[in-house]
Ligand binder design. Structure first.
Ligand code: ADP
Ligand code: 5GP
Length: 211
């Protein structure tokens, strides 16, 4: 596949645990896609490295950055602040580098509303089932049931936002999902528009996911 380097914003969102961080990492292994590393007030997980997974900051530090207008977007998610650094992102985009975001629907909405002068591709990731989602969350959180349950509480509300995205996909088999996303991104980078996904199928899947 040949990837066009054109200063494109690519946003991946999903309910927590569906696999967007894994997919974003996989996409960024391709040198034409740079991750926007967010700031967050959340505490690092045991495998997370400051400056690589997130810039981990205190709440006062985060609030200072918001006052200084340092974020392209920011939001409160699961009782913590998360934000995308404006200067770093715009610098990359202006150099025609493609930037990929792992952010929630609130952040995606804010970036879309800014109507920046860059092409924007937004993708929403769904889990194959509620049970699988819970298991993925549990697995990631070191079997901490309370965190997994807390995140599941937001699931139904988060799901409602799938309609705000250009493309919606189920992350069942990781490789298959990744290939489909790359295929879609590549077609969009080549300038193809109106690339439809199977809306009826996705709607049926959403019905099964909602309790
Ligand atoms: P998110 O960023 O959407 O919250 P993560 O990427 O952190 O989700 O994935 C949650 C957990 O599920 C991680 O432990 C990850 O390794 C695992 N995971 C991601 N995609 C798949 C998949 N297709 N099949 C099985 N496990 C997956
Ligand atoms: P986690 O704590 O699991 O890493 O992320 C929780 C949620 O916050 C996920 O939906 C993730 O996409 C979102 N998130 C991460 N960084 C940002 C950001 O910079 N801005 C916004 N709005 N959401 C973010």
């Amino acid at each position: 596949m040949s990837y066009i380097q054109d200063g494109v914003i690519i946003i991946l969102s999903s309910p927590s645990g569906a696999g967007k961080t894994t997919l974003v990492k996989k996409i960024s292994n391709n040198k034409h896609f740079l991750i926007s590393i967010s700031h967050t007030t959340r505490k690092p997980r045991s495998n997370e490295i400051d400056g690589e997974h997130y810039h981990f900051v205190s709440q006062p530090e985060f609030e200072k950055l918001t006052k200084e207008n340092k974020f392209l977007e920011y939001a409160m998610v699961f009782n913590n602040y998360y934000g995308s650094s404006k200067d770093k992102v715009l610098e990359k985009l202006n150099k025609k580098q493609n930037v990929i975001f792992d952010i929630d629907w609130q952040g995606a909405k804010q970036i879309k509303n800014k109507k920046l002068n860059f092409k924007l591709i937004s993708i929403y990731i769904l889990p194959p089932s509620r049970t699988e989602l819970f298991n993925r969350l549990l697995n990631r959180e070191g079997a901490d049931k309370s965190i997994a349950q807390e995140r599941m509480k937001q699931f139904d509300k988060d799901l409602l936002h799938w309609k705000e995205y250009d493309y919606v996909i189920i992350n069942d088999n990781l490789e298959k999902c990744y290939n489909e996303i790359m295929n879609y991104i590549n077609l969009r980078l080549e300038g193809k528009k109106n690339l439809e996904f199977n809306k009826k199928f996705i709607e049926e899947h959403i019905k099964k996911l909602i309790n």
